[in-house]
Design a protein around this ligand. Structure first.
Ligand SMILES: Cc1cc2nc3c(=O)[nH]c(=O)nc-3n(C[C@H](O)[C@H](O)[C@H](O)COP(=O)(O)OP(=O)(O)OC[C@H]3O[C@@H](n4cnc5c(N)ncnc54)[C@H](O)[C@@H]3O)c2cc1C
Length: 316
């Protein structure tokens, strides 16, 4: 199967989700990497080769990478000979791939948790409707596009890594009515972005506005800090930290909910996480219904003990 992966990059560096996508792509075939924007550095090319890319197809489209119509045209040119395209599911890529599907007649699934080949066709799996349904989808079209959620594949280098060849792709960009006039990245919280973090430790109203312990635990676990909407509405923490239906959807390997009741609006944004651990004083809190591990108690008692045990375990 000929597989292409749209490489997500940040400041010229390949992101961890992009390496996850390449890892997944290797289970479907021999992947080529598609790189939009300025030419990749030698380090980036070497890393893509290490994760199994045989080629890095570079479409130097400048700001076109930010304009969905132009990005779709560039990807179409770079993937004309491939039958499967994997992208990381984000707001931006979802718009790009829907346009790409119109251009190429591909079948599209976004927000997938995984994909595999069954009788020569791509099948994806994912949870939908706030993780209340498991869905498997078969893409019957000749070309398939899969948008994959971060943290659903463990990124690992190829068993037999090779050197990826850089190939320039000629692209005729369509005229668009939009122009990019100014780009200013939103300030990220320290560490990994919430949507990509492998571990998220979230605090809700139960924190009373004190995020010291939640932040300490997140840092110890190498994760990001999340929050409920009540906490962000109180102004205890900025809105970029909000997890849920109107906040960020997260799918970390580990989600720790501290002092969060588990309202449906919050669950919708975290229920597909790998392992869910909850700390709540109320044994009847709805968050326990979806938790793998629950601790009934005050987060101010439980988190310090967890921190102590984790440190002791690491020191042992
Ligand atoms: C249209 C709409 C969209 C929404 N979108 C979102 C969204 O995207 N994300 C979101 O989070 N919410 C969203 N909400 C709000 C949501 O319905 C809940 O109101 C919110 O999630 C509750 O936040 P919470 O769990 O922090 O607070 P609460 O529901 O008040 O729960 C606090 C919990 O903390 C526990 N607690 C108290 N003290 C402690 C302690 N010391 N230690 C341990 N536990 C303690 C309590 O037992 C309780 O269970 C939305 C609401 C609407 C109407």
């Amino acid at each position: 199967m000929s597989v292409a992966v749209l490489i997500e990059q940040r400041g010229g560096e390949v992101t961890r989700p992009a390496l996850e996508a390449l890892t997944l792509a290797r289970s479907l075939g021999s992947p080529v990497a598609v790189w939009l924007g300025d030419a990749p550095s030698a380090d980036a090319v070497a890393q893509l080769g290490e994760y199994g890319a045989t080629e890095v197809r570079v479409a130097s489209v400048g700001d076109g990478a930010r304009l969905p119509a132009q990005a779709a045209a560039a990807i179409a040119a770079a993937t004309a000979d491939t039958s499967v395209l994997i992208v990381i599911s984000t707001f931006v890529t979802k718009e790009i791939v829907t346009r790409l599907a119109v251009l190429t007649g591909a079948g599209v699934v976004v927000d997938a948790a995984g994909a595999e080949l069954v009788e020569g066709k791509v099948e994806t799996f994912q949870t939908v409707f706030a993780a209340t349904w498991n869905v498997r989808t078969r893409i019957d079209a000749e070309r398939a596009i899969v948008g994959i959620r971060p943290n659903t594949t463990q990124a690992s280098p190829a068993d037999q890594p090779g050197a990826a060849t850089v190939v320039d792709v000629a692209v005729e960009l369509p005229e668009t009515r939009e122009r990019v006039t100014h780009v200013e990245p939103v300030a990220q919280q320290d560490g990994v972005p919430l949507s990509e973090a492998p571990v998220v430790v979230s605090g809700g109203r139960g924190t009373g506005g004190d995020y010291t312990l939640v932040s300490e635990l997140a840092e110890l676990l190498g994760g990001a800090v999340g929050a409920s909407r009540d906490a962000t509405d109180e102004g205890w923490i900025s809105h970029e930290h909000m997890v849920g239906q109107t906040g960020t959807t997260v799918t970390p390997a580990l989600y720790v909910a501290c002092g969060i009741s588990g309202a449906v609006h919050h669950r919708g944004g975290m229920q597909a996480s790998g392992t869910i651990v909850s700390i709540n004083m109320d044994p009847d809190a709805p968050i326990f219904e979806i938790s793998d591990f629950g601790v009934v108690g005050s987060l101010f008692d439980v988190i310090p003990q967890a921190i102590e045990r984790i440190k002791a375990h690491r020191g042992a």
